[in-house]
Each structure stands twice: as structure tokens, then as C-alpha cells.
Design a binder for this molecule. Sequence first.
Ligand code: SAH
Length: 325
Amino acid sequence: MTPLERALRERIQAEGPITVEAFMEACNAYYYATRDPFGVAGDFTTAPEISQMFGEIIGAALADCWKRAGAPPDAIYAELGPGRGTLAADALRVMRSAAFAGEAHFVETSPVLRDKQMQAVPDAHWHDSIEELPAKPLLLIANEFLDALPIRQHIEGIERKVVVVGGGLAFDRDGEIVETSPARDQAVDAIATCLVAKGGVAIFIDYGHERASAGDTLQAVGGHRFAPVLDKPGEQDLTSHVDFQALANAASDAGASVTPVVRQGEWLLRLGIGARAQALARVNSERADDVQAALERLTAGDQMGQLFKVIAIHSPDWPAPAGFA
Ligand code: SAH
């Protein structure tokens, strides 16, 4: 039994069944607080860990938007859940060369990952929550952040819970599931409110669906494999598909402008990742095959190109970022 499973069983025995939302929140808080889960030796690999091109394209998109908004000097780079800090380091390198001199602010709760981020971007500023970000124009990116925030599941209008039966954890009911995520809505609302008040743009990249639909998308991943959701609580990553329609609604309810949702592959190609790959392969000819493989992994429809989606929200006073039209 994992340490978190013991704690959850005690909690359920004391308080009664806990919601899927409380279960997912407890599991992910423990999981991220206790490890660096990324890469071949870990549980899963994210886009910035595949290639520097990913962060560089994002940096170029943010810098372009900032310049077209008149290059406000008080704008800051902000990132939600920066992982190892790889994306931030790659994006900021490009943004610095485009004359962006603003601060970097990270929202991160994991002490282990904060240490890694400190090595990648030593002069960043760290925050526990979005609400603590400074009230300044934002150039914000969140890659695979929202999918880790907890969801609620309902079956015929009744919230699904986790119970202890026969010495193990189980769901209290099965049936057609409808998922919602107040935690994600609240995160998007907080960012959108800041964009409307102070200006800026926020890009969200995650796997998910363009339109809300019923179905169970909660999944667990460990050692690069899917596993049953209730197995080994706190020792595997719990995620669910991001509902981009709900995200867009939360942003526009707060008064922000919203771009269409585009597939990651299409978006990266429109922003010139093909040319970036060619340039990288030219200067490192011994790595040309690796660069080509990374390009395919990030953009191909049967890899990350199609399942992963991108949306931007921005201040109505700022131009929309490139790549969405
Ligand atoms: N963006 C990174 C990491 C994605 S994993 C990448 O693409 O590689 C999710 C990240 O969000 C981790 O850094 C994790 O510690 C952080 N995280 C998860 N839940 C969080 C929360 N509630 N508040 C702040 N950070 C959180």
C-alpha cells in the first residue's frame, strides 16, 4: 500500500466517501511534490522535453505579440506548472534576443520541481497560486498544466465518489459520466481577469477536445504506460482531457478575447517549426535525424500533433497571437 493510499483510507473511514475531485487533487499534489516525473526514466515525456524547438516557437509567438502590442516594458513572462523549466529557458532565450527584458514568474507548488526550475531559470520568481502573480501585462504559457488540475465526475446528476470496499479503493458508481472542472474554470478566470485589467496574452496547450462531450477521460500514467486510475495513489500521474469549450467560455465570461482552438501540429507548423528544424539540422548535421524525429513527434497527427490542442486568450486591447487564423 502506498503512503498516500493509507492516508486516503483513513480519511474515507473518518469522513466517508471522497469525491473524484478530492481524490485527484490529493493524488497529484503528493505525486508532483515528491518527484521529477519527466523523461525516459520517469513516467511521461512532455513536448518541451522532446525538443528545444517547442519552447523556441512559443517564445517567438509571445515576443511577436508583445511587439505588436507596443512592447510594454512592464510585461512579464509567466508560466503555470513549468515542470523542469525547460520550456521557459528555451522561450526566454528567444524573447531576450527579441529585446524582451521583463521578469519571469512561475506558478509552481512542487518543491522538487521548483529546484529544477531554479537551475534552468535562476532569476525567476515563484508563486504558489495564480492569484499571487503581479498585476502586470502577462505573456503567459501553460503546457500540460490544466490537465493535472482536478475534475468532478457526475453520473445521472450524482457526484461520483471513491469508497473503501473489500480492503481496496473503488468508485461508488458506474454509468455515463459527465466531467466538469471548477478548478480549471477558476484558473482560466483568474488569468483572463488579469489580462482584461492589465493587458497581455495567455497560451494554453493540452490534450483534450474542442467541444464538451460526455465520457470518462480520467486516466493514470506511470512508467510510460496507462494504469487503472485507483492503483497506487500518489505514485502515478492522474490527468483528464481538457474541455477547450469550457476553457473558452470561462475566458470570455471574464471579458477576455478568445482565439479558435487549433491542433498543436498545425499551430507549430504555421509558426515555422519546419524552418527551425532545418536550421537546427544544418548547424548540427550529426543530429539531423534526431531533429527530424522530434519534429514528427511534436507535429504528426498520429503522435502529439492532433490530440494536443492550442488556444490563446488575450486582452481585447492586445492583438491575437499568430497561428490561430
Ligand atoms: N509544463 C511542464 C510540466 C507539466 S506537468 C512541461 O510541459 O513539461 C504539470 C506541472 O504543473 C508540474 O510542474 C506540476 O508540479 C505543476 N502543478 C500541478 N498542479 C499544480 C497546482 N495546483 N498549482 C501549481 N502547479 C501545479
